[in-house]
Design a protein around this ligand. Structure first.
Ligand code: SF4
Length: 353
């Protein structure tokens, strides 16, 4: 594993280990103070499905949102709030700032990042792309502002298939980064000519096909619902493959009662809320005899804490800033994604090299 990913992961795990859980009394106090401060500062909480259930519930009760990264981006842009508090990981805060440069964007902890973002450093990525100048550069939302600024398209797992199909219909060859499993899945699903960068998500990469087969045998009536950042051997066992929002919609609309869920287990909180009569089981993350490394929960997402959200808003800490030139260029690619259905022509040229 890349040394920067290993170091950042270790720090996240250490912080999560050392932090004590708040008592109900403390939590009540934090919620009251935070709500009053959010009203005073006209702030809204924009939260990802993978963060702690307490933060998800608070986001909804305070008039904010819990969503996937595509909806978080849209919501933040359209929000009338002056301050956006992003509970998730750093690239989500950067995307919010890029789309709403006039708003203040703060996060509970700026060290909360993502192995995909860390594993796609801008200078190495530029060097890689320079070997294939004929290819259109499509990057996943889980990348730095610099990588987005350099790229022709940004996609999330909700909209990647239609965008890649559209590029294929326009005879474009593609470089896809950073998630190699998602890139493989897009290649197989669309038949597009895709060259993958070799990044992976430390959570989804841990799902194991052999153990999943065993679990399926023990639960033959369960449907297997998998996120496409998982290895292809796991995806092959799925009844449904989709983004976090699509996974929620699938379990809500399915007539089955039992599901095996292959993504960060933070998503199960929202599934239980939307389908309280159904049962959800985590897909296995570790092979026989192995020590669980991730337990299907992202250590960087786990760094989000309601007390730190209050601290950031109270003290004006942990603000996301993106240099103007990078922000303007990244905004072009992100807005192209958000307006994708309205696009008639697909630009054929690489934006920058
Ligand atoms: S779950 Fe994976 S893709 Fe999502 S933030 Fe964590 S490391 Fe990144």
């Amino acid at each position: 594993m890349d040394i920067s990913i290993e170091t950042s992961l270790e720090k996240a795990r250490k912080l999560n280990r050392l932090r004590s859980a708040p008592s109900d009394y403390e939590l009540d106090g934090v919620k009251k103070e935070l709500l009053a401060l959010m009203r005073k500062k006209n702030a809204q909480l924009v939260c990802h499905y993978y963060v702690d259930a307490v933060i998800q519930d608070f986001a909804i009760s305070s008039g904010g949102i819990v969503a996937d990264s595509l909806e978080m981006a849209r919501y933040g842009k359209e929000s009338k709030a002056e301050v956006l508090i992003v509970a998730g990981v750093r690239f989500m805060g950067e995307t919010a700032k890029i789309l709403s440069p006039e708003k203040r964007v703060i996060m509970p902890n700026l060290a909360a990042t993502c192995s995909l973002d860390l594993g796609c450093e801008i200078e190495s990525f530029k060097r890689f792309c320079s070997n294939y100048p004929e290819r259109t550069v499509v990057v996943y939302a889980n990348t730095s502002a610099e990588v987005k600024a350099f790229s022709d398209w940004v996609v999330t797992s909700s909209c990647a298939i239609p965008i890649i199909n559209h590029l294929k219909e326009n005879q474009q060859k593609i470089i896809f980064a950073p998630d190699m499993h998602l890139g493989d899945y897009l290649k197989k699903t669309t038949g597009a000519d895709i060259l993958n960068w070799d990044g992976h998500c430390v959570v989804h990469d841990e799902f194991k096909a052999f153990e999943l087969k065993e679990l399926k045998k023990r639960m033959p009536d369960a449907e297997v619902v998998i996120h496409p950042e998982s290895p292809s051997s796991v995806i092959e066992l799925a009844d449904f493959v989709g983004s976090t929002s699509q996974m929620i919609n699938f379990v809500v609309s399915s007539n089955k009662k039992k599901f095996i869920i292959g993504t960060d287990n933070g998503l199960i909180h929202m599934m239980k809320k939307k389908a309280p009569d159904k049962q959800f089981h985590e897909a296995p993350t570790a092979g026989n005899g192995a020590t669980c490394k991730s337990c299907a929960h992202c250590p960087w997402m786990e760094m989000n804490d309601l007390r730190d959200i209050l601290g950031s808003l109270l003290n004006g800490k942990n603000e996301i800033l993106v240099p103007e030139g990078i922000s303007n260029s990244a905004r072009e690619s992100i807005e192209k994604m958000l307006g994708f259905n309205k696009l008639k022509d697909v630009p054929k040229n690489r934006k920058t090299l």
